[in-house]
Write a protein that binds this ligand. Sequence first.
Ligand code: HEM
Length: 206
Amino acid sequence: MTLRKLHGTSALIIAVYACVHIANHLVGLGGIEAHIAFMRAARLVYRFPGLEVLLLSAIAFQIYSGLTLVIRGWKQRQGFIPWLQAGAGAYLVFFFFIHVSAVLLGRTVLHLDTNFYFAAAGFHVPPFQFFFAPYYFLGVLGLFTHLGCALYWRLQARSRPARILAVALPSSVGFVVSLLIVLSLAGAFYPVQVPPEYKATYGWHP
Ligand code: HEM
């Protein structure tokens, strides 16, 4: 199997988790309690030791393989879709590395429950919102766009407009989903009172 095929296989594992994870954040549009209740139930599955090791190994492999593919194809890459795919992929390498390291550190070193408040804290301690808003927004948008580009290559036999739609549609959905999640974390839909222990990780004190 080539590295590219393995990258696609590992992406399937991550995509299954991403569906649950993004659904979790969308449930959060209905309130913090709903977000936390959904996560508590979903954790029974994705934190099951064997499955979590599989997921985290897939993420580690995706970072390695994604970076290798971006660098390896640098000189040959031509055209908008190949560069969009590589750009979104390169951002996902950065995002996965920071995001998963932060979650694991939060749990093991800071002994925090990495729930809604963990994700929202950065939005409520200035000036960290200027990092977290684009960081999360591009993470979700990058995922949808990157998957749309993968679909584009799978539809070689289809017309050009159908293939463009295969990228444009997921990217547009990703844009809206991303915006909604970021706005809910920032407190645009309901008041968000982040407990002090979460804000303290950003140097905040009462
Ligand atoms: C706005 C966007 C996002 C936010 C706010 C967010 C937030 C979180 C939070 C709070 C956790 C901890 C979950 C728990 O303790 O059970 C987490 C874990 C994780 N997230 Fe995200 N996430 C976002 C986007 C993504 C995306 C696009 C991916 C790509 C698949 C992703 C992958 C992961 C992974 C792999 C974990 C670790 C799961 C585990 O082993 O516990 N996240 N995220």
